[in-house]
Design a protein around this ligand. Structure first.
Ligand code: SF4
Ligand code: SF4
Length: 121
């Protein structure tokens, strides 16, 4: 239905990735720091959420989760990732991957990573 290993990580570029207290505790354990340090280093409060994952620059999407490897295009904290990352995109399909797969077929380019720019004819 979708293959995250063949995707540039669109879902990790969402501006609002809200996590909960247990996720912060898991991040703290994973990194071997205390809870308050994890809150300060890895989260910020915004858009009505207490803990949002912090972001960083990304050449592909503009900004992306601070835990994303922008070269390898993958999560660097897979075992410590928050619950929302574990359950996304749910049991169905991934809409982004559907678009991406369509573009790859339409452009005859199986390595394509963008869905917005098109080849010149
Ligand atoms: S956008 Fe979809 S296919 Fe891409 S990494 Fe996220 S869940 Fe996987
Ligand atoms: S923690 Fe990992 S899976 Fe979750 S948004 Fe960040 S890079 Fe993606």
């Amino acid at each position: 239905m979708y293959n995250c290993l063949k995707c540039p990580g669109f879902c990790c570029s969402y501006p609002v990735i809200a996590i909960n207290k247990r996720d912060v505790e898991r991040l703290a354990r994973f990194h071997g720091v205390d809870f308050d340090t994890a809150v300060k280093r890895y989260t910020k409060s915004a858009h009505g959420h207490k803990y949002l994952l912090r972001r960083k620059a990304d050449p592909h999407f503009g900004k992306i989760c601070r835990f994303f490897d922008t070269e390898e295009r993958r999560c660097t904290i897979y075992k410590g990732r928050p619950s929302v990352c574990r359950s996304y995109p749910g049991p169905g399909r991934c809409g982004y991957y559907d678009f991406l797969s369509f573009e790859r077929r339409a452009q005859d380019d199986p390595d394509r990573v963008a869905i917005t720019d098109h080849k010149e004819n």
